[in-house]
Design a protein around this ligand. Structure first.
Ligand code: ADP
Ligand code: MG
Length: 240
């Protein structure tokens, strides 16, 4: 589904991503881990062109993001993104948060969008909150709304950038459980996370970034039990 070749990203003269090549298969769950500042968010943001690569190619479902400027809008609709800080629309109810983009960007009728949104709210355990406003919700509830909102666009791919990092510890599980269900349902997911438990249990593959380089990638078991590089060993010693 995703094919990245020789991706480089510079901010000014600062090379933040250097020569990253990897791919993600349909239905695969890939976790990106690595130290703060290693380029994880920048990599994720390149995948939906929130950042423009300096060089290299990115294909999503066979369509080049980097070559054709025309289809970016269309491709972005197929990619859901969930951020650390939720980014809900504060002036809209929970239900309206879910229906806004389907109605505006896809032209779906309100009644149909409402029906779909209710199914998604049920799925994330928030049926009772449809008329609530975001500021009345807990962090875990906000993030579950954010995931449901992304799913309302029926994306083929979901990107998560540290979705649990801003949450109080007791709310991490409810969000990870929703993500686990999504993974089980066959969604293709790329997840930047500090939750090593999630990476270990749920991911099919782990990418380890350090100083903008893809230093190591492998199956979670191999990576966590037997890292190949000194940099990965050092990182795991600090976080596990
Ligand atoms: P991570 O998500 O792994 O913590 P980031 O991708 O956010 O890392 O950042 C990688 C590097 O790129 C950092 O040194 C950061 O300061 C820099 N960086 C990120 N975004 C920008 C930007 N918009 N302009 C300049 N530098 C940036
Ligand atoms: Mg980041």
């Amino acid at each position: 589904m995703i094919n990245v070749q020789q991706l480089h990203k510079k901010f000014g003269s600062h090379e933040v991503l250097s020569d990253i090549s990897t791919s993600v298969a349909t239905g695969e769950v890939v976790s990106i881990i690595g130290p703060s500042g290693s380029g994880k968010s920048t990599f994720l943001r390149c995948l939906n062109l929130l950042e423009i690569p300096t060089s290299g190619t990115i294909e999503i479902n066979g369509t080049s993001l980097t070559a054709s400027k025309k289809s970016i809008h269309k491709i972005r609709q197929e990619i859901g993104m969930v951020f650390q800080h939720f980014h809900l629309f504060p002036h809209l109810t929970v239900l309206e948060n879910l229906t806004y983009a389907p109605i505006k960007a896809k032209g779906i009728k309100k009644e149909e969008a409402d029906l779909k949104a209710r199914v998604l709210l049920k799925r994330v355990g928030l049926s009772e909150k449809e008329t609530a406003y975001p500021n009345s919700l807990s962090g875990g509830q906000k993030q579950r709304v954010a995931i449901a909102r992304a799913l309302a666009m029926e994306p083929e791919l979901m990107l998560f950038d540290e979705p649990t990092s801003a949450l109080d510890p007791e709310m991490v599980k409810e969000v990870l459980d929703v993500m686990k269900d999504l993974a089980k349902s066959g969604m293709t997911m790329v997840v930047v996370t500090h939750e090593m438990g999630f990476a270990r249990e749920v991911a099919d593959r782990v990418l380890f970034l350090d100083h903008g380089a893809l230093v190591e990638e492998g199956k979670p078991n191999e990576f966590f039990n037997d890292p190949k590089t000194a940099r990965a060993k050092d990182f795991l010693d600090k976080v596990l």
